[in-house]
Design a protein around this ligand. Structure first.
Ligand code: ATP
Length: 241
């Protein structure tokens, strides 16, 4: 991949002839969506995507990098093009994985509910009855009520909730307390035990900033990209995408 220092270069998955979801084929009837900042993508993301795919017999898992994560508006994140490039490198080789720039093309903050509106509209235009599963950790689920239009989101997609070492899967009582519709919404949620990996993007960034090893935390191609682009280095100030 050609190094670049600008934010306005083509995104790695730019394929204008495709619809907003980019690589959901009309025949993909069961689709998981893993949204995130991916700053950078790491093996924790990849393992939950693969194990949810297997557990729910998904035809496709779509990785959706966020442009301006609403909960990180005050933080600096690496340029969207770099984060997307690393996702593309990380998922290459898994035919069930794909990436969409749906949120990178939209101006303003990335609201997950808007992404699902577009995905649902696209399925309708294709004349396809598609089951969507939004993949998120129990940690992220705990903040769902503070998201933009959480009830509308739950109306558009089921949730596939996975544990994080710091956040085990919720029991029925806790789950009901976190959902917009309470216990009545529980049938919109699948809780899936995945292999616990304690990886976090913030840890990867901290290690990179200190010049420490990130080997075995991210795929080798991502490690090389970070090195070649001097991402997260203390001598290369981060820029907001
Ligand atoms: P940061 O450390 O910067 O907060 P992150 O590692 O949590 O980042 P995100 O891109 O924000 O990465 O995560 C996207 C989704 O993947 C969220 O639902 C998050 O909780 C989940 N996730 C990230 N890492 C793991 C992990 N190790 N195990 C399970 N879920 C994870």
């Amino acid at each position: 991949m050609t190094p670049s220092t600008t934010n306005d270069r083509a995104l790695p998955g730019d394929r204008p002839e495709r619809g907003p979801s980019a690589w959901i084929e009309p025949g993909d009837l069961r689709v998981g969506i893993l949204g995130g900042t991916f700053d950078p993508i790491h093996y924790g993301h990849l393992v939950i995507a693969e194990q949810v795919r297997e557990a729910l017999r998904l035809d496709r898992v779509l990785f959706v990098p966020a442009a301006l994560p609403p909960h990180k508006l005050d933080d600096e994140v690496a340029p969207a093009a770099d984060r997307a490039a690393m996702v593309a490198l990380a998922i290459a080789g898994n035919p069930a994985f794909a990436m969409s720039e749906i949120e990178l093309r939209r101006s303003g903050p990335s609201y997950t509910v808007d992404t699902f509106r577009e995905l649902v509209d696209e399925a309708a235009q294709q004349g396809v009855a598609r089951d969507l599963y939004f993949i998120l950790s129990a940690e992220a689920l705990a903040g769902l009520s503070g998201w933009h239009e959480p009830a509308a989101l739950l109306g558009l997609t089921r949730l596939a909730v996975v544990p994080r070492p710091s956040s085990p899967l919720p029991d029925a009582t806790h789950l009901a307390a976190m959902l917009p519709g309470g216990a009545a919404s529980a049938d919109r949620v699948e809780c899936i035990e995945t292999v616990p990996l304690a990886h976090s993007a913030s840890d990867v960034r901290d290690r990179a900033a200190q010049g420490r090893s990130i080997r075995y935390l991210v795929p080798p191609a991502v490690e090389a990209y970070m090195r070649d682009h001097r991402l997260y280095r203390s001598d290369n100030p981060r820029r907001t995408a």
